[in-house]
Design a binder for this molecule. Structure first.
Ligand code: ATP
Ligand code: MG
Length: 190
């Protein structure tokens, strides 16, 4: 009797383990399929780029600067600083476009005003290439608040206020990848 009970117990445990293995395998298969599906869905929104010696950053000439006809002087400064312009478009953002772009700031008190400003007139969006593009472009732009920006920086020269500050630049490689994909989805810059 005891032996029969023990055998049943062992069989049940073995069955449970086998079942658990199947469930684990199916779950990991599901996860793998899901992450592949997410990657495939994201594919049209990524930028194809494979130059290890160079970096891409995303820049905007904001509505205040475009309206004030500073586009030309700012592009001249971009080229003089050694950036190669790899993509460029004049765009009129909708409020929704601006909200999606600045989603990281949605809890900030200035979010509504910032997105209204960003959709108030045309902007110029650019993909800029240089060996250390992200840092170099941020340095050329200067501090967020033009009043605190160093002399010679774009925001000092062309920005009017902490919000109307003439230019935008990605602050990290992940941000640059998101922002380039947001405005130049699927573009190939090899
Ligand atoms: P950007 O992301 O545009 O390159 P940034 O990284 O220097 O600028 P963030 O803190 O990311 O600065 O702010 C995004 C934008 O929000 C600023 O460029 C500016 O237009 C606006 N902004 C930032 N701080 C304020 C503020 N205190 N009041 C109003 N607008 C602000
Ligand atoms: Mg920022």
């Amino acid at each position: 009797m005891r032996v029969a009970l023990l055998t049943r117990l062992i069989r049940t445990i073995a069955l449970d383990r086998a079942l658990a293995r199947v469930v684990r395998r199916d779950l990991s298969l599901c996860c793998a399929w899901f992450s592949h599906a997410v990657l495939l869905l994201r594919l049209p929104f990524t930028v194809a780029y494979d130059r290890p010696d160079m970096e891409l950053t995303f820049a905007i000439i904001k509505p205040d600067a475009v309206k004030a006809r500073f586009t030309g002087p700012i592009i001249q400064r971009i080229e003089e600083a050694g950036f190669q312009i790899r993509a460029m478009r004049l765009r009129q953002l909708t409020q929704k476009d601006a909200e999606g772009f600045y989603a990281v700031h949605k809890e900030r008190p200035f979010f509504a005003s910032l997105t209204t400003f960003m959709s108030s007139g045309p902007v110029v969006v650019l993909a800029l290439e240089a060996p250390d593009a992200i840092k170099t472009w941020r340095a050329l732009m200067g501090a967020t608040d033009p009043a605190k920006a160093e002399p010679g920086t774009l925001r000092k020269e062309f920005g009017a206020s902490i919000e109307n500050n003439a230019t935008h630049g990605s602050d990290a490689p992940e941000t640059a990848a998101f922002e380039l994909g947001y405005f130049f989805p699927g573009i190939e810059l090899r």
